[in-house]
Design a protein around this ligand. Structure first.
Ligand SMILES: Cc1cc2nc3c(=O)[nH]c(=O)nc-3n(C[C@H](O)[C@H](O)[C@H](O)COP(=O)(O)OP(=O)(O)OC[C@H]3O[C@@H](n4cnc5c(N)ncnc54)[C@H](O)[C@@H]3O)c2cc1C
Length: 256
């Protein structure tokens, strides 16, 4: 339950509110998760006045503001089309108007399409803590420790490369359902290839990140060889992962 609401105009004020121990104070993005899932009494700090809703390209990187709404991403033709595909897959039109990019990345579970593509892009979170220093953390390092990493911190940006070829493919019980198996692949001009699986477990998993794509299918099969649950058998997931990795790599080879 939300017991206090704050809407500061500066990052300093935001950090100072987040640093309070009592009441427990957290960032409010779109509030979808906080309103629907959090039962504890919390104070929230709405970040809509902080100017964190911009999308910029500098050099080989896109800088996506933490408070960018998912719908804002849809018409950005310079962003990876795989990211836009994952946005359309993950959230309906109405929810895309509300959900923020950072809130969506932070609350990822194993079946979340957008975080899977962000992880394939080796996205970095830019964060500010109570020492007012900016730090960067790769999403892959953030997921396993997210509660610790987020304590009293504000995510200000999500940074992704602009020079990759990226693909996202999935299988689900219906086109709009959450994936039971999803594959996101990015390839850099150097040949570096990163393969991520989703559709199972607590978070998307990176199964390959190397100088070339060799071994991607085997790595995907091995990673999901025990990934059975009520939605799909491990055998189905492992077999389908191989097919989707191949499809993603073919799409990338054909230039997306
Ligand atoms: C009922 C329900 C159904 C869902 N269905 C799906 C689904 O089908 N597929 C799927 O993949 N996902 C699903 N989700 C997850 C959903 O994508 C996220 O809940 C939503 O996108 C969160 O975005 P938000 O901006 O509303 O986050 P908020 O609710 O505002 O915040 C979420 C969390 O992130 C923290 N946070 C937000 N912004 C920042 C920031 N800038 N800095 C630091 N911390 C921050 C908040 O403190 C909070 O802990 C579902 C969630 C719910 C509640």
């Amino acid at each position: 339950m939300i017991i206090e609401y704050h809407r500061p105009n500066t990052i300093e004020e935001t950090i100072s509110l987040l640093s309070r121990e009592d009441p427990c104070t957290v960032v409010l993005g779109g509030g979808l998760y906080l309103n629907e899932k959090v039962e504890a009494s919390i104070a929230v700090v709405d970040i809509q006045n902080l100017g964190l809703d911009t999308i910029e390209k500098k050099g080989n990187k896109h800088f996506l503001g933490a408070a960018v709404k998912l719908q804002q991403l849809i018409n950005q033709d310079k962003l990876p089309q795989a990211l836009i595909k994952s946005v359309k897959h993950q959230e309906t039109y109405n929810r895309r108007q509300v959900a923020t990019l950072a809130g969506t990345a932070i609350t990822a579970d194993g079946r979340s399409p957008i975080p899977a593509v962000l992880l394939a892009l080796d996205a970095e979170l830019e964060m500010i803590g109570n020492n007012n220093k900016t730090e960067l953390i790769h999403l892959g390092d953030f997921f396993p420790l997210r509660e610790d990493k987020l304590e009293s911190k504000l995510v200000t940006k999500i940074i992704i490369p602009s020079n990759t070829k990226t693909a996202y493919h999935y299988a689900a019980r219906s086109p709009a359902d959450r994936p039971i198996i999803a594959v996101a692949v990015s390839q850099w001009p150097s040949g570096r290839t990163r393969v991520v699986l989703a559709g199972y477990g607590d978070q998307p998993v990176m199964v390959l990140d190397g100088p070339d794509k060799g071994g991607a299918e085997t790595a995907a099969r091995d990673a999901y060889s025990q990934a059975g649950d009520q939605w799909a058998s491990a055998e189905y997931r492992a077999d389908t992962a191989v097919v989707l990795v191949r499809r993603s790599l073919n799409q990338i080879a054909e230039n997306n």
